[in-house]
Design a protein around this ligand. Structure first.
Ligand SMILES: [Zn+2]
Length: 130
């Protein structure tokens, strides 16, 4: 996939992301104002707290979606976008246009639907790739 296309997908992903975060950002700002003294800044060390907060604000489905969107944006940054996380085949662009944050090709997805346990690939250890 060329850079121009990746950029198109990235802006699509970013607009999905800000849509998902829209309401949360508002309530976060509220918290920030009321706890301004204690909250120095939302940097790396606070990231896990921030995630937990988000998890509470978003519904389960939206939370999953947000994680997939973040992962896809990361993949674009690494130049690995559009590759199935399971079989490493290229995901058809037609599919990415419909679901830009998809992680799997249609074949793997349909296999996971048949056998939901296989979907646990999502939980694999990210430290593996050092
Ligand atoms: Zn696949």
């Amino acid at each position: 996939m060329n850079k121009k296309k990746m950029n198109q997908f990235r802006s699509q992903l970013e607009s999905i992301r800000s849509e998902l975060l829209g309401d949360v950002e508002k309530s976060k700002q509220h918290v920030k104002e009321s706890e301004a003294g204690q909250m120095a800044d939302i940097s790396d060390h606070a990231a896990s707290t921030y995630s937990r907060q988000l998890e509470g604000e978003l519904g389960e489905q939206e939370w999953q979606k947000l994680k997939q969107v973040d992962m896809a944006i990361e993949k674009i940054a690494e130049g690995e976008y559009g590759v199935c996380a399971q079989c490493e085949a290229a995901i058809p662009e037609a599919r990415l246009k419909v679901v830009p944050y998809t992680e799997f090709c249609t074949q793997c997805l349909s296999e996971m639907e048949k056998n939901p346990k296989a979907a646990s690939i999502n939980d694999q250890d990210p430290l593996e790739e050092d």
